[in-house]
Design a protein around this ligand. Structure first.
Ligand SMILES: O=c1ccn([C@@H]2O[C@H](COP(=O)(O)O)[C@@H](O)[C@H]2O)c(=O)[nH]1
Length: 266
């Protein structure tokens, strides 16, 4: 999906919500456990219920990899089930020496046909560039993450700037704003304006609203740019809105609430 198509989707649907499919077999409603593939059945019903209120889905691969082959199959089926109109993100946080990164890129962009993948910048340019060779795909580099551990490295001084500032400034040179996004945690409100000043044109994937307590209002007011520039993810708050048979309806209602709030910021 191109930047123009993504912006059009956001404007038409008045939402920049990404629903996170962090599907945990121990948390899905019990009645689904009799199905052949409970994880896929859950995801399918969540996608059907929420697709009008979001512009994409983020599959956190950890939840699927943890289950071995059945988990990987559920991930493949889920990725294929997401409508082509929606942005498909693999939250896999990959990155390794160049030839290994090339295999990760092939796995997620070609075999699984995701539109985007999250990538850790720690190993530097040669670990990220193989993803950026796919000009029609998106590489989402971890910028300033939502967790408290962001203080351990990302918010430490690196010369005359903070490490995350150096990551943004440097990684932004590796690709264009048509193929490179950054992860910016919704819990890092004090840094939003600074982050936008360093990377004025890039889209951000923003996790941390909902269960982690980040503010949709703050990120929207401080970091939105002319082309919106924001994809805000909510996982647990949407998909586990109910643990009962009404889980899909409850997920739809929460997604709709986010959409309506987002429409007010657009
Ligand atoms: O900085 C980061 C980077 C990634 N994540 C991921 O986003 C979702 C958030 O889930 P919620 O249930 O909405 O809190 C999850 O997949 C994380 O691994 C993040 O939270 N922060």
């Amino acid at each position: 999906m191109t930047r123009q198509q993504l912006v059009e989707q956001i404007r038409n649907k008045q939402t920049y919500l990404i629903v996170g499919l962090d599907t945990d077999i121990t948390k899905i409603p019990k009645h689904l456990l009799t199905k052949t593939d409970p994880i896929f059945e859950f995801n399918k019903q969540i996608i059907d219920a929420t697709k009008d209120y979001c512009v994409g889905y983020k599959i956190n691969t950890a939840f699927y990899e943890a289950l071995g082959i059945p988990g990987w199959e559920a991930m493949e089926k889920t990725a294929a089930y997401i409508p082509a109109t929606h942005f498909r993100i693999a939250d896999a946080k990959r990155g390794d020496i160049g030839n290994t990164s090339s295999q990760y890129a092939k796995a997620f962009f070609e075999t699984l046909q995701f539109d985007a993948i999250t990538v850790a910048p720690y190993m530097g340019a040669d670990s990220v560039l193989p993803f950026l060779e796919y000009k029609d795909k998106w590489t989402i580099v971890l910028g300033l993450t939502s967790n408290t551990g962001a203080r351990d490295f990302e918010l430490q001084k690196a010369g005359d700037e903070l490490l995350y500032e150096k990551v943004l400034r440097t990684a932004a040179q590796w690709g264009t704003a048509d193929q490179l996004m950054f992860v910016v945690g919704a819990t890092q409100a004090s840094e939003f304006a600074n982050i936008r000043s360093i990377t004025p044109n890039n889209f951000y994937l923003v996790p941390g609203v909902g269960a982690q307590g980040g503010s949709l209002k703050e990120i929207s007011e401080k970091a939105m740019n002319k082309e919106v520039g924001l994809l805000v993810n909510a996982s647990r708050a949407v998909i586990y809105a109910s643990g009962e048979e009404d889980f899909a309806v409850k997920a739809m209602l929460i997604a709709k609430e986010y959409q309506q709030e987002m429409a007010g910021y657009l």
